[in-house]
Write a protein that binds this ligand. Structure first.
Ligand code: UGA
Length: 434
């Protein structure tokens, strides 16, 4: 069984390499010829732990190849995974034009039966539209099936999530489609859950929105902790011990970012509202997340009073650790607010600085990128932590103390045990902990 993966973004690359690792012959393709050229030369365009090795290993074993010839790849494949982007439109809904383009291309190249599997995060009913589009544009009587197999990969641990999944949702409408997908995941059979297609599509959006809501919930609780003697980490631990609640995704901070939660929660609100469902619960969760920026900047002002001309070291730009991804990262809005107030910023991130330079280029005296966290803290009036990279938890605070002008830390991710910096004489502000 030959598999094609269309789209070599984050989802497509991990899917292609993961399916090859499961033992299948996989061809990756993309309309961006230049990107395919780079991947073919072994240059993986994103930073994701373990992905370079997984791709290189499977290319070497000749199970994985990349080609810019979309038509040829589609014709050769028995099963096609659609992994193209579904960016957010102004009204919050997902832009489905790339999915439509690929559907038409599949219709043009339907030379024998194929199973078309949507893997991009899409609104419920997208499969129906893919099926209708292929049906409308195909030039022969050839049969095809559609299926939904949403991905649940987390950036930073996507390879391991793919190879050791909690669940594999297989949404199908025919036995043939079900059998093909179950064969593909035969090695992970005990994780497979078979549903109809609408259900599979909704599981994905409902899961991401639920997790986003959980984060906003603990962030609200952290605001109460900030104004009382309660400690949000102990509250989360105490809550999480109840297996009905669970301890994960209860880490208070500066809010969720990334290419998924902010987009998916808005998309589900739009889907629900279009269907006449009151979606205010999710709208409020999203509003709470938006407000985290103001809450955090207020904390910085509480520590520094006037921000104009203050030299501030910012550690962490990526929306979470172990990635160079800054899409919808809270750091972007926080930097904007600090610049607006006239602060002078010195930034450091282990992986995400090149991406951030595209949004905020270096400006002498106003915004500088530093090659180490220690360089960033030199003569700083405050140190701000925006991503919980392990490197930051291991900072030599004695060295930081010598470098800084004022001993102030505002920690947006609760990286330190408050007692440690305080013992060294730092004023230490964090989230939901006095
Ligand atoms: C998320 C989901 O976790 C994946 O299951 C899903 O497949 C993926 O979206 C997707 O739809 O493609 P991801 O965006 O990579 O994965 O990152 P998460 O680990 O979920 O973190 C999202 C954001 O929430 C980050 O900004 C993180 O800092 C924040 N977060 C997470 C918290 O503030 N607190 C927490 O307790 C957990």
């Amino acid at each position: 069984m030959k598999i094609a993966v269309i789209g070599t973004g984050y989802v497509g690359l991990v899917t292609a390499a993961g399916l090859a690792e499961l033992g299948h012959p996989v061809m990756g393709t993309d309309k961006d010829r230049e990107k395919i050229g780079r991947i073919s030369r072994g240059v993986v365009p994103i930073y994701e732990p373990g992905l370079d090795e997984l791709i290189a290993g499977n290319v070497r074993k000749k199970r994985l190849s990349f080609s810019p010839d979309l038509n040829a790849v589609i014709q050769e494949a028995d099963v096609i995974f659609v992994c193209v982007g579904t960016p957010q439109r102004v009204d919050g809904s997902a832009d489905m034009s790339q999915i439509e383009e690929v559907s038409r291309m599949i219709a043009d190249n339907l030379n024998r039966y194929k199973l078309v599997v949507e893997k991009s995060t899409v609104p419920v009913k997208t499969s129906y539209w893919i099926k209708r589009t292929i049906g409308l544009y195909k030039k022969t009587e050839t049969d095809f099936d559609i299926a939904s197999n949403p991905e649940f990969l987390r950036e930073g641990s996507a390879v391991s999530d793919f190879l050791h999944p909690d669940r594999i949702i297989v949404g199908v409408e025919t036995e043939r489609g079900r059998d093909l997908l179950c064969d593909i995941y035969a090695k992970l059979r005990d994780r497979v859950v078979v549903t109809n297609i609408d259900t599979a599509e909704l599981i994905k959006h409902a899961s991401n929105s639920f997790l986003a809501m959980k984060i906003s919930y603990i962030n609200l609780i952290s605001d109460i902790c900030d104004k009382t003697d309660a400690n949000v980490e102990q509250v989360a631990e105490g809550m999480g011990l109840d297996p009905r609640i669970g301890s994960r995704f209860l880490k208070a901070g500066i809010g969720y970012g990334g290419s998924c939660f902010p987009k998916d929660i808005k998309a589900l609100v739009k889907i629900g509202e279009d269907l006449g469902v009151d979606m205010s619960l999710l709208k409020d969760a999203d509003r709470v997340n938006f407000d985290r920026i103001r809450v955090f900047v207020d904390k910085i002002k509480q520590a520094l009073w006037i921000l104009k001309d203050k030299r501030i070291a910012i550690l962490g730009l990526a929306f979470k650790p172990e990635t160079d991804d800054i899409r919808e990262a809270p750091s972007i809005s926080i930097i904007r607010e600090l610049l607006r107030e006239g602060a002078r910023l010195r930034l450091y991130d282990p992986k995400a600085m090149e991406n951030m330079k595209e949004i905020y280029p270096e400006e002498p005296d106003r915004l500088e990128y530093c090659d180490s966290p220690y360089r960033a803290t030199e003569e700083a009036n405050a140190l701000i932590i925006l991503t919980e990279w392990e490197e930051f938890a291991g900072l030599e605070l004695e060295r930081v103390k010598k470098a800084m002008s004022n001993l102030i830390i505002v920690d947006g991710r609760n990286v330190f045990d408050p007692a440690v910096p305080r013992q060294l004489g730092f004023e230490y502000y964090s989230i939901g902990r006095k």
